[in-house]
Design a protein around this ligand. Structure first.
Ligand SMILES: *Cc1c(COP(=O)(O)O)cnc(C)c1O
Ligand code: SF4
Length: 394
């Protein structure tokens, strides 16, 4: 695999859509209308593998196929192992259910007091406000309810969700997700943020969105004005591979940052996409350059048909170990497993502690060397300084 960081290779331009006027290309509704959504569309541009062709045929029953023209440009159409291609183009493996895999692997439905609200942690809720995304990730945890390919009967109904939050003063943090909240119109999103801001106990509002990555054109000055008005609004974007960090994404992140939106990133560890220390390092470095702080790396949830994406957790731990101490601390995300069945997110970072006794803690540094820090506290015997000299300054 591998990805060599080259400062000159942030993708930019219209790629396959040179003939489209720039004004249209920059219009997010044009991008949505012109998405690649069928076998026919795909085969106009590229030759699929037999596995992909079977996967595409099945997609309609699981999770729709959709790729924005902007993001399609990032696919290497000659390489079946392209990390962007693997995330977006369905493969046959999606049809196979392995032991332990579930449609609702995080038990979200059981923690849902009203449709669209998942209340798992005491002080914060996940608020699913739409079932649509700009493009669909083949490993999506919520494939049961996004894109409406399955008969799941999820109808985001945010009046009920807002009333639930209003009635629960313990909810100080609201995470808007979906689907992708930034697919709502400006008017709807503004209304939602205004309503949340009116609730006195809601002190932290954040949005989980892959729109900046799939559809940076959506980050318009008008949208940024809304974030300014109702801020602070925090945002977690979702970038998995350094190739996704394009000039357009960088500009969209800049617009968000300048509107006062603190940015974090969530990645999912995916086989053949980013399960490689060099790739992950290039990714986190690009994120910092875009003012985005790496927040989480997720071990993939046990979703149905996800086995072909799965990475051994020991590999994930080694990737995080290869970052800590070897690069900027800000660049190192937390590696977490969202516990199957609904236990919440649990860190599974590398362990540096060798031993803790009453006397000392013994640990290893990033180079693997053993260090010690004494723990037994004894009253000092020799003054470090003459106390009077500290007081009178002499
Ligand atoms: C991930 C998640 C959150 C937010 O968790 P943080 O660790 O605070 O980012 C809240 N509710 C649910 C149900 C979640 O899955
Ligand atoms: S953007 Fe998020 S919710 Fe939408 S398909 Fe991808 S992972 Fe699922």
């Amino acid at each position: 695999m591998g990805f060599t960081e080259d400062r000159s290779t942030w993708f930019e331009g219209q790629g396959l859509w040179q003939h489209v006027p720039a004004e249209q290309w920059q219009d997010w509704t044009w991008q949505l209308k012109n998405r690649i959504t069928s076998l026919e569309d795909l085969e106009r541009f590229m030759t699929l593998t037999p596995e992909e062709r079977r996967g595409v045929a099945f997609a309609g029953k699981k999770l729709s196929l959709a790729i924005t023209p902007y993001f399609f440009n990032l696919i290497d159409r000659t390489d079946p192992n392209c990390p962007i291609r693997k995330q977006l183009i369905p493969r046959e493996g999606e049809m196979l259910v392995s032991p332990g895999e579930q449609l609702d692997s995080l038990g979200e439905d059981e923690h849902s007091p009203v449709p669209g609200i998942v209340h798992r942690y005491p002080d914060r809720v996940l608020f699913l406000v739409t079932d649509r995304c700009a493009a669909y990730c083949r490993y999506c945890t919520r494939s049961r309810l996004v894109s409406n390919a399955q008969d799941y009967n999820f109808h985001p109904e945010y009046e009920q969700g807002l009333r639930y939050i209003e009635a629960h003063p313990e909810v100080r943090d609201v995470l808007l997700s979906g689907g992708d909240p930034l697919l709502l119109s400006d008017r709807k999103l503004e209304h939602l943020l205004a309503r949340l801001r009116e609730i006195p106990h809601v002190e932290f509002i954040r949005i989980g969105s892959r729109i900046p990555v799939f559809l940076p054109q959506r980050i318009t000055p008008k949208l940024c004005e809304i974030f300014k008005r109702y801020g602070p609004i925090w945002m977690s974007i979702h970038v998995n591979h350094p190739k996704e960090a394009t000039a357009e994404l960088r500009d969209a992140c800049e617009r968000l940052s300048f509107a006062g939106v603190p940015l974090g990133n969530q990645s999912v560890l995916l086989s053949g996409v980013n399960d490689d220390a060099e790739v992950m390092k290039a990714l986190v470095h690009r994120l910092l350059r875009m003012r985005v702080r790496p927040y989480y790396i997720y071990q993939m949830d046990l979703i149905t048909g996800g086995a072909h994406f799965k990475v051994d957790v020991r590999k994930g731990i080694e990737i995080v170990r290869s970052l800590r101490g070897h690069t900027t601390g800000y660049a190192v995300p937390q590696y977490v497993i969202d516990a199957p069945g609904g236990g919440g997110k649990v860190p599974i970072n590398p362990d540096y502690i060798e031993k803790i006794t009453d006397d000392e803690i013994v640990f290893r540094n990033y180079e693997g060397n053993v260090h010690r820090y004494p723990l037994r506290v004894e009253a000092g015997k020799v003054p470090a300084l003459d106390p009077m000299s500290v007081i009178d300054g002499s």
